[in-house]
Ligand binder design. Structure first.
Ligand code: COA
Length: 353
């Protein structure tokens, strides 16, 4: 019994934000962002639209694509690091909004590797006979992390002509290495237990090194603090992620190559046997490095970071969905998925489409 991806869907928020728009509220430039990361635009939700909303819209499309009725879903796995509420997670909210049965809903938080950890969870349930039709969702609303005042947001969008004060501009610029990279999006797949055994999740290698957690994490708004959030944390900016960009870059390139090689070797396949490689979209330069070391031809790699930025748990299902809609995924294709992210965690998965 294998867990086969039988449909996918995605949801991109309506508002496109260019690098030039960001340079209205902080010290950055289109040239810097493009050169260092490959990001050209990203999309943000309007206030009030949540991660579960994006997940629900993506899941609806995935169910239609898979020709699966919501009532058939017997397990939900929702990967996000930006849930609507501290608790409960986004899974139960999605279940209610979609009108699913009272099926188990897992919420997982492996950040940029969330989708791959989710695949392992789904695969294990399917192999154990605990689930047959599963919704696996990755969605994020990162715009809540952005440090701008309401007036700064309006200026960014060109809705007012009141620029940030010098103090606001300096505050916004403090987080510029991080904020320019991220965008909001949701993506989902429907997975079904199939007995034939040739399609579906073939194998995975996942890893975590918690000793490196502080290279990319949110220092505040956690239960390490009493109370878990307070105005002092907010004033320090501790609700916004801290990232050692250079260190994360180095770790990502090392781990992504290693883990991809491990899963290929363990299954006695090479890049020649793989039709498509979908890598987490954190930085185009990270992926170009991995592509070069692994010897992957351009034709087998899809990037979409230029359009959406880093959408964390949504990047890989979003790539999958775009590839499926563009006819780049044929049934039987062997696909390699690779990701690295906060935790620090990493993973590589072989899936037959
Ligand atoms: N606009 C303009 N200048 C910026 C900037 C921005 N948005 N962000 C940083 N800078 C400046 C820095 O202040 C620094 O200036 P200095 O030389 O005067 O000190 C300079 O640019 C170089 O900064 P550095 O951090 O060394 O740049 P980099 O080439 O490492 O690129 C990242 C920064 C964040 C794009 C890159 O390190 C990265 O992508 N790392 C991995 C991040 C990641 O993958 N995160 C998610 C994991 S899932």
């Amino acid at each position: 019994m294998r867990a086969v991806i039988v449909g996918s869907g995605s949801e991109i928020p309506p508002t496109v934000v260019t690098n030039r728009m960001l340079s209205r509220v902080m010290d950055t430039s289109d040239e810097w962002i493009r050169e260092r990361s490959g990001v050209e635009t990203r999309y943000y939700v309007e206030p009030g639209t949540t991660t579960s909303d994006l997940g629900v819209a993506a899941a609806r499309r995935a169910l239609v694509a898979a020709r699966v009725e919501p009532s058939a879903v017997d397990l939900v796995v929702f990967a996000t690091m930006t849930p609507d509420h501290y608790f409960p997670g986004a899974g139960p909210l999605l279940q209610a909004k979609l009108g699913l049965g009272n099926v188990p809903c897992f919420d997982i938080r492996q950040q940029c590797v969330g989708f791959l950890y989710g695949l392992q969870l789904v695969d294990a349930h399917v192999r154990a006979g605990l689930a047959r039709t599963v919704l696996l969702v990755g969605a994020e609303v990162h715009s809540g992390f952005m440090p701008y005042t309401a007036a700064n947001w309006d200026y960014l969008y060109g809705r007012t002509d009141v620029p940030p004060t010098p103090a606001e501009h300096e505050w916004n610029s403090r987080f510029r290495h991080l904020t320019v990279l991220f965008g909001d999006a949701g993506a989902a797949v429907v997975m079904r237990a199939e007995e034939d055994g040739s399609r579906g999740v073939i194998d995975q290698v996942l890893g975590t090194d918690g000793a490196e957690y502080d290279k990319l994490y949110v220092p505040g708004t956690g239960f390490k603090h009493r109370p878990y959030t307070d105005p002092e944390q907010f004033a320090r900016g501790d609700h916004i992620p801290v990232m050692d960009g250079r260190y994360v870059f180095k770790l990502a390139t090392t781990r992504m190559v290693e883990v991809a090689q491990q899963v290929l070797e363990r299954n006695r396949v090479t890049i020649d046997d793989v039709s498509l490689v979908l890598m987490h979209q954190a930085n185009r330069r990270i992926n170009e490095h991995c592509q070069k070391v692994l010897g992957i031809p351009d034709a087998k790699v899809i990037h979409n970071i230029q359009k959406y930025g880093n959408t964390t748990a949504a990047t890989i299902p979003l790539l999958w969905d775009e590839a499926a809609r563009e006819g780049r995924l044929r049934q039987g294709d062997l696909v390699l998925l690779v990701a690295f992210g906060a935790g620090m965690s990493w993973g590589a998965t072989l899936v037959r489409a």
